[in-house]
Design a protein around this ligand. Structure first.
Ligand code: GCB
Length: 585
């Protein structure tokens, strides 16, 4: 599924803005024909947006929210293929047009689309209804409830009851777009790039919609073109680029791949252009290599989180976040703990950030390692890789955050997730992010590298920054022995309440956070098999209410509204001066 674009063959109508909204508290929305009209007390709500902070009474609503709006399909779309595309919701979704069921999607954060050609009459008005269900269920991925004996995830016992440390916002979090193409059109493009000496190689797999005879596809990059006959709904082409400029964080050079679908008489039926980068990522021994050079990842674990907007895609916030990360000299971030908006990845392609793209599988424990969950999980991995594989900025897939894997079933679950990811994409290394000790990480052997989250000086060796360093190294070494490959310190840090100062540094002060980050960063830089250190977190963020979170998680180097704490200036110094080598941006 391609990100919608407007060009001479494609047109978009953006349906973002204010929708009518009603929470399905009684669970009888369909019985009461909400698919036709929402009840009279429906209110207005913004899309993209989370519902929890727009309206005070919805703060603790974690259920099925119903959205509705009317739209016009342009008269000029007669004879076109019309699609509805929803960039991502906070859970399962169902869609109706004029009361007729169009389809649904399982799982949060990833885009889905439907062919509405049969449902929509160009030049007429229609009613769109979308139900988004973020009920916190024990069976969803990630599971939404924590309070069970066998759960060991550390973030239970809060309100709402989630086994992870971020607020379970509900809503339509990405754009809702209607778009039209010719009936014969390009449905998907998957690109793999590599290079031999100075020649770039671009392999293109294109999927088509429609079945007219005699069609052809023209692919073009950097003045090289191939034209191929359409013999099935898949067309595979290969192009080369002479004197190739490689993509990297230092030189994010993008080429434009143009794919055209042509009728038998050569008329243009559809066209799609894609920014691509030629680069190679591999794990060799204890190193992570980008274009053959060892790279050290310095940056952050982040969240999609902002006051009032919740988890909504918000371009202004994204611009600010990249501005701040560039200011500090970060070269990378992880989309912890779920797939972020695609626009964020396109920005990373252009700006030169290295991205670890993560699935939504956070805090998995033994209870999910069943056949059903495995099938679901592998499906989500396929959807994620299909969405993100064309981004040169995405250098690694992280398939889970902090799972406990002790049983044979758990090991099999993680092996099959790894096999699925490799079958979808052989060009990127895979990892997951572990915690505790290697005994709880029986899946590690199936991955190319391992991320490890460590809060020595905070949850352990509390208050003792110097004492934390030995334990940190000991723990990372144990993982290194286990995987016999590179390790990344995927999270480390400490909470700091902005404005709280203390000399000597004590817990929760800006000084304590800053000193912890500096001491631990410099320590792990001495370990040749550590390929990166991401500070947790880029910014403070909202969590469930628990007695160990004061107004959310305060491990941000920036406040929730993106003002720097002391640690920000420390990192700027560390990453721009002390550690300013070829890894810097
Ligand atoms: C972790 C989790 C992250 C939490 C963090 C913390 O290990 O991966 O989601 O927010 O610790 O601050 O406790």
């Amino acid at each position: 599924m391609l990100f919608p674009q407007t060009n001479q063959c494609r047109e978009i109508v953006n349906l973002d803005g204010l929708f009518q909204f009603a929470p399905n508290v009684e669970g009888d929305a369909e019985l009461n024909d909400w698919t036709q009209a929402l009840p009279k007390d429906a209110v207005e709500i913004a899309v993209p947006g989370s519902w929890n902070e727009q309206l005070r009474e919805l703060h603790e609503f974690h259920g099925e929210g119903w959205y509705q709006r009317d739209f016009w399909a342009p008269a000029g779309w007669k004879g076109q293929r019309i699609r509805l595309r929803i960039g991502g919701t906070a859970g399962n979704a169902k869609v109706w047009v004029d009361g007729k069921a169009v389809g649904g999607h399982t799982g949060p954060h990833l885009p889905f689309e439907f062919d509405l050609s049969e449902f929509v009459e160009p030049g007429a008005s229609h009613r769109l209804t979308i139900a988004v269900d973020n009920t916190l269920r024990y069976q969803s991925l990630p599971p939404g409830q924590a309070r069970r004996e066998e759960d060991r995830a550390g973030f239970g016992l809060g309100y709402p009851d989630v086994p992870y440390d971020f607020f379970p916002y509900g809503g339509i979090h990405r754009s809702v777009l209607l778009y039209a193409t010719a009936m014969d059109s390009i449905e998907n493009i998957a690109v793999e790039t590599d290079y031999q000496e100075t020649t770039g190689v671009v392999k293109v797999k294109l999927r088509l919609n429609g079945k007219s005879d005699g069609l052809s596809v023209k692919m073009n990059v950097d003045d090289q073109a191939v034209t191929l006959p359409v013999e099935s709904n898949e067309v595979i082409g290969e192009l080369t680029i002479g004197n190739v400029q490689l993509w990297s964080n230092r030189n994010p050079f993008l080429y434009t791949l143009k794919c055209e679908l042509l009728s038998p008489d050569g008329a243009l039926l559809d066209v799609y252009t894609l920014d691509i980068g030629v680069r190679r990522v591999e794990v060799q021994g204890d190193q992570l290599l980008l274009n053959g050079e060892p790279i050290f990842l310095k940056g952050f674990g982040k969240h999609e989180d902002f006051p009032i907007l919740g988890k909504a895609w918000a371009p202004a916030v994204a611009v600010r976040d990249y501005d701040l990360m560039s200011w500090l000299g970060a070269n990378s971030f992880r989309t912890s703990h779920y797939p972020y908006a695609e626009e964020m990845l396109s920005m990373a392609d252009r700006l030169g950030f290295l991205v670890i793209s993560e699935t939504p599988f956070v805090s998995l424990s033994e209870r999910v390692y069943t056949d059903d969950f495995r099938v679901q999980a592998c499906h989500v991995i396929r959807e994620l890789i299909q969405r993100d594989c064309n981004h040169p900025s995405v250098i690694l897939w992280s398939l889970a955050n902090e799972p406990y894997i002790e049983s044979d079933a758990g090991e099999r679950f993680f092996r099959e997730m790894a096999e699925t990811a490799r079958a979808c994409d052989s060009t990127r290394p895979i990892m997951y992010v572990a915690h505790e000790w290697p005994e709880q990480n029986r899946g590690a052997q199936h991955y190319d590298l391992l991320g490890v989250n460590k809060y020595y000086g905070w949850y352990h060796e509390t208050g003792d920054i110097q004492g934390s360093l030995g334990k940190l190294v000991e723990n990372l070494e144990a993982f290194h022995q286990q995987v016999k490959g590179p390790i990344m310190l995927a999270e480390f840090g400490a909470d700091a309440v902005a404005g709280l100062h203390s000399d000597p540094p004590v817990l929760f002060s800006e000084e304590y956070q800053s000193d912890t980050i500096e001491a631990q960063y410099l320590k792990v830089r001495e370990l040749p098999w550590v390929i990166g250190a991401h500070v947790w977190n880029f910014a403070d963020f909202k969590t469930a209410q628990t007695i160990n979170r004061v107004g959310g998680n305060k491990k941000g180097v920036f406040t929730r509204d993106r003002q720097p704490k002391l640690a920000a200036r420390t990192l700027k110094r560390l990453w721009n001066d002390t550690d300013s080598d070829s890894f810097s941006r």
